[in-house]
Design a binder for this molecule. Structure first.
Ligand SMILES: [Ca+2]
Ligand SMILES: [Ca+2]
Ligand SMILES: [Ca+2]
Ligand SMILES: [Ca+2]
Length: 467
């Protein structure tokens, strides 16, 4: 057995040496295994033997004598590659293999997402490409059940909406690619609403206007407003209006699709100025500003902007009353009339007042000395006289009582025999009776004047004065 093994070993060694020297075997491989016509194919010699020369035939008419050439095919297809090798003894071997070169599929580019404010939408697929050929077909599915063909084209949608649009492109080798975009078709403008806290016809404070816009599809882009004849301004929060007067606020919004809402407007009226009320008293005046009879009082209010709403008044400490027209005041006394007005914006005038004095009543007056039917001696009342005469003997002070509860007594006049004997401006009201040489007959009358101009006369009192 050992002998057989040794012999076999020798045979193998001899065979191996001669085979190595003599056997020429062409072989190759390439990378990448599945190339496209857009890339170089790297061929690697994998032959055995004492190879000194290589000739490559790539199957597309071109060749190379490099050991490991790189070759790029101009088009996809299956090519038969032949490698022919030679050793130093000019022995030759060759091998053929089929290589499949693949087409590069096209790339569909449907463009940016579209937002349109028109039902007619233009599509453009001209950014699509095929690196190793040409695009021969553009097929559009518009997302509404309709299809169209062409690199660029228009489509008119039946209604607004959000559509998914597919573009499929085919290259000259039949490969295809699809790209999708969104077509947002929005032909409806946004709607802008306003709100004002405590909305009313007139305000007496700064007014804050809030605008809020909504949009059906594309969404609100911007809201614009203008106050009176001011500039259009983009709305970025509450609008504050402070200036007094009537104002018009105009506003509208645009959506992202470019639809513009019709302009709206609201009126905001601001009035900070309270009304002004004047008064008028229609009355018959006596003296010193005293009214002798009823006073008829008129209040008249004016307001700059919103107009007078109500006028209020109260007499002295009475209740406030709504002024409905002229009113009468006839109670005796000194009265304070308080009044003010409120305008429609709620501005209240500072309270005003005026005073009026009414004295309808004449004073009371009576002669206290002498008392009728008495005899006076040196200023002392002595006795009633038998026949009712009034007799004064010697010095005597004529005296009267006068009273006026409203305006008060201004003065008291003592009239003696038709002539003014004395005017007395302060109580007690009295005057010495004029002295006579002998005897005189006198007629005394006292007239009391109140400060309002009323007067009251006593009856004439006849007396006889002795000395
Ligand atoms: Ca292609
Ligand atoms: Ca819209
Ligand atoms: Ca006002
Ligand atoms: Ca009086």
């Amino acid at each position: 057995m050992k002998k057989i093994a040794a012999l076999l070993m020798v045979v193998m060694m001899v065979y191996g040496l001669t085979a190595g020297a003599l056997t020429l075997d062409a072989d190759f491989y390439w990378e990448p295994e599945a190339p496209t016509d857009m890339e170089g194919v790297h061929f690697f010699d994998n032959s055995t033997g004492d190879v000194v020369a290589w000739v490559w035939y790539f199957g597309d008419g071109s060749s190379s004598t490099e050991q490991n050439p790189v070759h790029q095919y101009q088009d996809n297809g299956t090519y038969t590659v032949r490698l022919v090798i030679f050793d130093s003894s000019d022995n030759m071997d060759y091998v053929e293999k089929n290589i499949t070169v693949f087409n590069v599929p096209p790339v569909a580019v449907a463009g940016e997402n579209i937002t349109s404010n028109d039902l007619l939408v233009m599509f453009n697929g001209n950014m699509s490409y095929d690196v190793d050929g040409t695009i021969v077909n553009w097929t559009w599915l518009f997302g509404d059940g309709n299809a169209g063909f062409g690199e660029t084209l228009n489509h008119t949608y039946g209604a607004e909406g959000i559509y998914t649009v597919n573009l499929t492109v085919f290259d000259n080798d039949g490969a295809n690619d699809t790209d999708a975009i969104t077509a947002l078709v929005d032909i409806t403008p946004p709607e802008t609403n306003y709100s004002i806290e405590g909305e009313r016809a007139w305000y007496n404070d700064t007014v804050t206007v809030n605008l809020s816009a909504t949009d059906n599809l594309a969404g609100v882009n911007a809201t614009w407003y203008r106050i009176d004849n001011g500039n259009w301004t983009q709305y970025e929060g509450n609008i504050t209006i402070t200036q007094e007067g009537p104002h018009t606020i105009f506003f509208y919004s645009t959506d992202v699709a470019g639809n513009m809402e019709d302009e709206h407007n609201i009126t905001v009226n601001i009035d900070y100025t309270p009304p002004e009320t004047t008064y008028d008293i229609n009355a018959t005046y006596g003296k010193n500003g005293w009214i002798n009879e009823v006073a008829r009082i008129t209040l008249a209010a004016t307001d700059n902007l919103s107009g007078v709403n109500t006028t209020w008044y109260k007499i002295d400490d009475g209740d406030w009353q709504k002024y409905e027209g002229k009113f009468n005041l006839s109670a005796n006394g000194v009265h304070v009339i308080h009044f003010y007005s409120i305008d429609h914006a709620g501005n209240a005038e500072d309270e005003q007042n005026f005073t009026l004095k009414i004295d309808k009543n004449a004073p009371t007056v009576s002669i206290t000395t002498p008392e009728k039917g008495y005899i006076y001696i040196f200023n002392r009342r002595i006795l009633p006289t038998i026949f009712g005469n009034t007799i004064i003997i010697g010095k005597c002070t004529l005296a009267a009582d006068a009273d006026d509860t409203t305006s008060g007594i201004d003065y008291v006049e003592f009239m003696l025999n038709g002539e003014i004997l004395w005017k007395d401006y302060a109580a007690p009201y009295e005057i010495q009776a004029p002295q006579n040489i002998l005897l005189s007959s006198n007629k005394l009358k006292v007239i009391a004047h109140d400060k309002a101009g009323h007067l009251t006369e006593t009856d004439e009192l006849a007396y006889i004065k002795i000395f």
